[in-house]
Write a protein that binds this ligand. Structure first.
Ligand SMILES: [Zn+2]
Length: 149
């Protein structure tokens, strides 16, 4: 079965089902397709608007939109990109010591611990004290990724 949107000479628009495109052509040629409104037989196929659902018809399901990449892990600008690279470099080449950072940094500085790059967490006042003691520490850039965790 095939459905056509039809229109008569008077401009009445209506839909009608046909066995096939050939069947429609045959009926139309014989003048057997008549307007549903006025009965006129001067009927032609209306312009089709594929993809546009008529009122009352279910629209074809739209393909699922691709999941947007989480923006929090995507550096938003060159500055953040540079910071992210710096951070990634530090994280790749240094040992994470977490909350022991202050003690470890001081131990390394004093030669009580093997010399190595470390990173971890320190309270601002502790980091300041380290710097005042001549321990070379630098704050790691906080990138947006961190704020989500
Ligand atoms: Zn009509």
């Amino acid at each position: 079965m095939i459905r056509y949107s039809l229109k008569c000479a008077d401009g009445h628009a209506f839909d009608s089902w046909f066995q096939s495109a050939e069947a429609f052509e045959a009926l139309e040629t014989k003048g057997l397709v008549s307007c549903a409104v006025c009965g006129g037989t001067d009927v032609s196929k209306a312009m089709m608007a594929p993809g546009v659902a008529k009122r009352g018809e279910a629209a074809p399901p739209a393909p699922p939109a691709p999941q947007a990449a989480p923006t929090l892990t995507t550096p938003a600008n060159p500055m953040e990109e540079a910071l992210a690279r710096l951070r990634a470099h530090v994280e790749a080449h240094s040992t994470y010591v977490g909350g022991n950072f202050v003690r470890e940094a001081r131990a390394i500085h004093l030669g009580e611990a093997p010399e190595r790059m470390i990173h971890g967490e320190a309270k601002p006042e502790d980091a300041k004290a380290l710097i005042e003691d001549g321990v070379p520490v630098a704050p790691l850039p906080i990138i947006p990724k961190d704020r989500s965790t």
